[in-house]
Design a protein around this ligand. Structure first.
Ligand code: URA
Length: 214
């Protein structure tokens, strides 16, 4: 039997990321603080998820002399937010990569089956030529992420990275089985999922905490 080699899973252990994540996990953290921390952490995670982007040189002139200077190669990145919680990560990343193209996948989780149900899908043109970064704070069961990436591949996406704040071991396994080519960047791999599909110890419902809903 041949074993599939999976794209890497990177846990960003940087002290700033881990400190901010601890603040976000605390149940007393306010909606305003949670949102601010998520935006700050997304900048740090974006640094990691873009580490291996293809580079090329461009001829420029400094005030002193011409040089071949490094620049990111290829078409503009596609940032894909899995609604609604993905938008919390998206906003920060767009500050770092303002020229990126943006798409949205609307999926909600059926509370009984925990299966994703699609209600919206809009992505940039020429997905096959872009590096695609899919963002969703929580990789829990992995069902929504797998469904979103299925749709993105149908739309042509090939080079796909997934960025989240927290991942469960179950979610990573599910994603790697369905899409072994997709690399994962996260701030933490938590212990497990509970019976309702929540990450333990986790931080609760990311969407509710960021938007102040319940
Ligand atoms: N979605 C969340 O917001 N939190 C979890 O723990 C799992 C899924």
């Amino acid at each position: 039997m041949t074993e599939t080699t999976c794209a890497p899973v990177t846990v960003v252990n940087h002290p700033l990321v881990q400190h901010k994540l601890t603040l976000m996990r605390e149940k007393e953290t306010s909606t305003a603080s949670f949102r601010k921390l998520l935006r700050e952490i997304s900048l740090l995670l974006a640094y990691e998820v873009t580490r291996e982007l293809p580079m090329t040189n461009r001829r420029i002139e400094t005030p002193i002399q011409p040089m071949d200077a490094p620049t990111i190669d290829g078409k503009k990145l596609a940032l894909i937010s899995i609604l609604r919680a993905g938008n919390g990560l998206l906003d920060g990343i767009l500050e770092l990569i303002p020229a990126a193209r943006v798409g949205f996948v609307g999926l909600y989780r059926d509370p009984d089956t925990l299966q994703p149900v699609q209600y919206y899908f809009k992505v940039p043109q020429h997905m096959e030529e872009r590096t695609t970064i899919v963002v969703d704070p929580m990789l829990a069961t992995g069902n929504s992420t797998v469904a979103a990436i299925d749709l993105l591949k149908e739309a042509g996406a090939k080079d796909i990275r997934f960025l989240c704040l927290l991942a469960s071991p179950e979610g990573i396994k599910r994603l790697q089985e369905a899409h072994p080519d997709v690399s994962i960047v996260t701030a933490s791999i938590d212990s497990h999922l509970d019976d309702h599909g929540y990450i333990v110890p986790g931080l609760g419902d990311a969407g509710d905490r960021m938007f102040g809903t319940k």
